[in-house]
Write a protein that binds this ligand. Sequence first.
Ligand code: CMP
Length: 147
Amino acid sequence: MLTLTIIKPDAVESGRAGKILGHLEAEGFTVRGARMVRLSEVEARVFYEVHRERPFFGSLVAFMTSGPCIPMAVERDEAVSYLREVIGATDPAEAAAGTVRKLYAESKERNAIHASDSPENAAREVAFFFSEAELRRIAGDPALTQV
Ligand code: CMP
């Protein structure tokens, strides 16, 4: 099962991206797609549209467009629920010991990492950054590598 994670601009900027990826790999996740992007305002607003009525929406969009981030499609058994456990609570002050946010996040907003919160959202969010053809080509799907 695939899910979508994003190493957020705070973690990229502070040089913690490698440690976070290592943490995910140590927890059994395999990277199936990855790239570094600088989200546009429109992209950030669409990606987070479920939060558009929240008071923090404008600030969240400003933060997510403030620098490069690293979206990744990652795979593991029970990927969606397990990754949510591994990253910890939204606010690092409330995150359990040993979770990514407890170890690497600065604040409730600048919280180092995003992970899809349901299988439906994982499918939508993976597709937001990676096409099916791209993921299959990366995986070496013979139907896509033989011309
Ligand atoms: P994420 O898991 O990416 O999903 C929505 C994001 O909004 C969340 O991480 C935080 O970065 C941000 N967020 C959620 N709640 C708040 C809040 N109360 N104040 C500021 N930012 C928030």
